[in-house]
Write a protein that binds this ligand. Structure first.
Ligand code: CA
Length: 655
């Protein structure tokens, strides 16, 4: 993994003797292009900051500060000193995110706050073009070298005219088998400011539309079991504040505070701002400010796979059906099969070993499902009690390694407490010792994990494809959600959605009962590109080899799961979305439409592709898909039509 980080000072430090003598702008930190500006000051002992882009305010004056068990550091403070401005220049490669080669350019500055006793914390700030990331470094106090951080004043005040695109944080110990919060709630587009979800705020990431000025995305990154995860609390007018876990999570066990050694850090809080949605869709800030925690123990293999559970549910987790799905994966040229819950009792360890050998002969590896618990919910599915205890976990992982199992999917976590965040960390670190990839489900948002843990594959933390099976309402909202996820949940981390079904109905015989897919076949292809995850277990079924169009099957055989680059073209969350992803020289431009009107538009083809013959997968207004070759017109454009619940995919990959 290439990784160079160069830091050099570009402005001398400032020692502030008297806050009254600080001139406006003296303590600012501007991005390399000068357009994104972080401002910070103290007002009557309260630290405040704001963020602007161009001349427009995106984060209005907002509070900073922490409440700890060694002191309340939210008031009575002064900005004591400000460091020099450093310039950061870092290149890194990361094959498993939206962009495989990243050039991170930022400015870096540290602001030291003190109370009447002495220094309390540094605010460490990095500003790249369209992004601000900051975290606190808490200082030792006398001989005190540890503390509990109980809450934060840290806030994000939205300018007037802002609307919200948020999903509520669910209450603890609710939902299926008391597994919530499992980060599976729905987004409301253009919601009113000042609400507070279902009473417990909103899950990260949080998207805001600042009227006609643009967009703001707020999230969090860099948690390695060393801090609790947080979410945003509303209900305070235009102000949203950092909220720590709900005390009832994890069945009430474990603290809702963070426990740190001093000096110690909070996670990075990230704010991405843009006049358009492009900086939101293309940001790499969740990965820019974190670093790999360990070396990969092997070269991990990403790729596509099949998964019986999504169409055929628990009964399909039997030896014969999984063997059939191995054959299906081999026929598709896929490299894995995900064996879901209950394999321990419905197949058994010995027969799984046999399946793994059978798969190996066909170039298909297995992923196996695990229940994370534990003592934090009632989910009965097995295997249970293997991932929550270090001895049992490492014994299990040794068996997985001996049998050539490629990865695990661990489900049903217990919230955001530091206790739970440590479990994610421990599972990942142990799995790397045994060369195993990890997918999390029923889990919190991955916070920089794509870069921090070389064997992190993907995570759910989204209202995923299982809901398409469970309810017609989710099928009817599928296009709506597809216009939201790439701009919100999926832009800050790989998302294991498990979609791209080509069945008309979510049942084993594809007969007219149960949930009916409302979207087109081309839509299924489009989301294979729009939803980014280096490991994809699609919702395809063996019958699709006979009942789906050949062009759809051929597309699903060849579509990549890793990307060199990602570009936002046009869209509005909840309405429609057009984006481009590239895999080396192969370009995919794709669009989906959730509005009730057909969108007819021209796509500007990148100049280097204009001489090439392009393949266009497209829908009629009746959602009948077909494929044709097209050439850009004299202006270098291709005309596309996207009906409601339909899509298009335009690619230079030969058909
Ligand atoms: Ca789930």
């Amino acid at each position: 993994m290439k990784n160079t980080r160069l830091i050099f000072p570009i402005l001398a430090s400032t020692l502030i003797a008297n806050a009254a003598t600080v001139y406006a702008g003296e303590t600012d930190l501007a991005s390399p292009d000068g357009r994104t500006v972080f401002a910070i000051w103290c007002n009557d002992g309260v630290p405040l900051y704001s963020i602007s882009l161009g001349d427009r305010e995106f984060i209005a004056p907002s509070p900073l500060g922490l409440r700890t068990n060694i002191g309340d550091f939210t008031s009575g403070l002064a900005l004591k000193s400000v460091s020099a401005i450093d310039s950061i220049s870092e290149s890194y490669t990361l094959p498993n995110i939206k962009k495989s080669s990243v050039e991170y350019r930022a400015t870096h500055r540290e602001y030291t706050f003190a109370d009447s006793i002495g220094e309390v914390f540094d605010l460490i700030v990095e500003v790249s073009n369209n992004n601000v990331a900051y975290r606190y470094r808490l200082k030792p106090r006398g001989e005190t070298l540890c503390c509990l951080v109980e809450s934060e004043a840290t806030g994000f005040a939205m300018p007037e005219g802002t609307t919200t695109f948020l999903c509520p944080q669910s209450k603890p110990m609710g939902g299926f088998a008391r597994t919530s919060p499992s980060y599976e709630t729905a987004y409301t587009p253009d919601g009113a400011i000042g609400q507070n979800g279902w009473g417990s705020g909103y899950s990260f990431p949080c998207l805001f539309r600042n009227g006609d000025n643009g967009w703001t995305l707020i999230s969090e990154t860099g948690i390695a079991g060393d801090y609790c995860a947080s979410h945003l609390e509303g209900g305070k007018g235009s102000l949203y504040t950092i909220a720590y876990p709900q005390p009832g999570e994890q069945n009430g066990f474990g603290s809702a505070s963070a426990s740190i050694a001093l000096p110690g850090y909070t996670p990075w809080r990230t704010i991405t701002v843009g006049e358009t949605l492009a900086p939101i869709a293309e940001t790499t800030i969740p990965f820019d400010v974190v670093h790999p925690l360990y070396e990969p123990s092997r070269q991990y293999q990403y790729g596509k796979g099949t998964w019986s559970w999504i169409i055929k549910m628990d009964p399909s987790c039997n030896y014969d059906e999984q063997k059939r799905y191995i054959d299906f994966a081999a026929e598709m040229g896929y490299s894995s099969v995900l064996v879901d819950a209950l394999w321990d009792t419905q197949i058994g360890y010995d027969k799984i070993a046999e399946l793994a050998r059978y798969g190996k002969e066909r170039g298909v590896a297995l992923y196996l499902w695990y229940n994370s618990n534990g003592s934090w919910n009632d989910a009965p599915q097995g295997p249970r009690g293997r991932m929550n205890d270090i001895v049992a976990r490492r014994r299990e992982m040794k068996w997985l390694q001996q049998n050539g199992i490629r990865g695990i999917k661990v489900d049903f976590f217990g919230g955001d407490k530091q206790e739970t965040m440590r479990l994610y960390h421990d599972i990942l670190a142990d799995a790397n010792d045994y060369g195993i990839l990890v997918i999390f489900h029923g889990c919190t948002l991955p916070r920089g994990w794509d870069r921090m843990y070389p064997n992190f594959a993907s995570a759910e933390a989204v209202l995923a494809s299982e809901n398409l099976h469970f309810s017609q309402g989710s099928c009817d909202a599928e296009a709506f959600n597809a216009t939201v996820h790439p701009l919100v949940r999926n832009t800050v981390g790989s998302m294991d959605f498990g979609g791209s079904a080509l069945n008309k109905y979510y049942n084993a015989s594809n007969e007219s009962r149960g949930s009916r897919r409302a979207t087109s076949d081309v839509f299924a292809l489009a989301t294979a590109v729009l939803f980014q995850s280096p490991v994809q277990h699609f919702a395809l079924a063996p019958n699709n080899l006979n009942d789906a169009p050949d062009w759809a099957i051929e597309f699903m055989k060849s579509v990549p799961t890793v990307w060199s680059d990602t570009r936002f073209i046009d869209g509005y969350p909840g309405r429609y979305l057009i984006m481009e992803r590239r895999h080396d020289d192969i370009c995919y431009i794709t669009g989906v439409n959730a509005t009730d009107k057909t969108i007819k538009t021209y796509i500007d083809i990148p100049s280097e592709l204009r001489g090439q013959t392009l393949t266009l997968y497209h829908d009629t207004d009746q959602l009948e898909g077909s494929v044709k070759t097209v050439k850009p017109d004299k202006k270098g454009r291709v005309h596309v039509s996207i009906p409601c619940n339909g899509a298009f995919v335009l690619t230079n990959r030969p058909d």
